[in-house]
Ligand binder design. Sequence first.
Ligand code: FCB
Length: 435
Amino acid sequence: MQGFELGRDFLMGTATAALQIEGGDRNNNWYRWCELGKIKDGSHCLRANDHYNRVEEDIALMRAMHNDTYRLGLEWSRIEPAPGQWSREGLDHYRRELELLLDAGITPLVTLHHFSHPLWFEDMGGWENRRSPEIFRRYTRTVVENLGDLIRDWITINEPNVYAMGSFLTGEWPPGKKSIPAYFRVLRNMVLGHILAYREIHAVRSARNFPCPTRVGVANHIRVFDPEDNALARGAARRLDYLFHTIVVRGMAEGKLSFPLGTGGCPLGKGFYMDFFGLNYYSRDIVAFSWKNPGMLFARLKTDPELPKNDLGWDIYPEGLYRICKEYYAKYKVPIYITENGICDADDDQRPRYICDHLEQVARLRREGIPVERYYHWTLMDNFEWTEGESARFGLIHCNFETQERTLRNSARLYGEICKAKAVTPEMAAKYLGA
Ligand code: FCB
């Protein structure tokens, strides 16, 4: 690799989610899912990385990697343990964490909903309940009133499409429902919840004269769906793209509920509700046509035998990052934050190359004038990876879950050097990639 520059104004860091690292919370939907024995390796989110008690230690690791910014999630159940009841302890905990980050010179980007929420919310049907957007708005308001002076950058909801699919279509995630109408109901409510939260964040922050600017977005999970070379496969790929990406992003960005989320109207009014385009990018699928898969819109997803795979068998396809950024920038013309990008790679023999290859695409986009402003690597350290539990290892830093010892992998050292230089130099390539 020849090396490339990212630019001094490019911000870099890591991303995490509260449920995946904090441990110790028994009042959320994933706690119950673990209790029901749904985690493949038998591990439990109660343990995770014990980050709740190790905030300082983990911020020191971010500093050691020269991170400018950090994407963290708030655990809703710690803030609103019962409907309309606010926990001082929970809010104070996050205030302290945010202050420590700011003292360390690290800009927080805060996610309000990242797959987990309180049990009382789950028990009223969660995002399927028609009151859910309003309930999410109320939670958002309390967070902004109490912590909003410390947070300029917000993600309302992480990967609404992945959440709705895992929780309401395939049933692999809590509450384990398998229903197509429920999938669309949930997406619709998440769209409405996002818009209410977007407005609330801007309104409260500006009414209180909190430091500007305020930026609010969504972490969109976008994949590349490349069809096999025939008309039926092309049709299947188009339908998947429409139902998995387009209707969700359009709803969240424009407030427009396209079929089947609605009939094309904007129930909360026309507007634009994304100050940046958050992109979680991991992989691509080849789409084949199959009569056997009506539930998947007659699509069968395949991997590409030519491409390298991560530990979970996902194709590694850096060019996809470039293609998606181009496509969505052409549509929405707002700055792009790569809010997640990373690899499951326990022995760390592919991660250094993965990082460089994906950042090379970012450098290419920036050279072409596409404003990719930030990159958050998923993830800081090995953590509780939903139903995969502790065995899927996405961390720059290795975690021994028994002892909670954190050890920098080679890729963490490389990432630290890149964050510091805002470039990949030929020396780094030679040292870490052997090329
Ligand atoms: C994303 C999730 C994140 C993590 C990574 C591997 O879909 O947002 O929490 O699970 O995948």
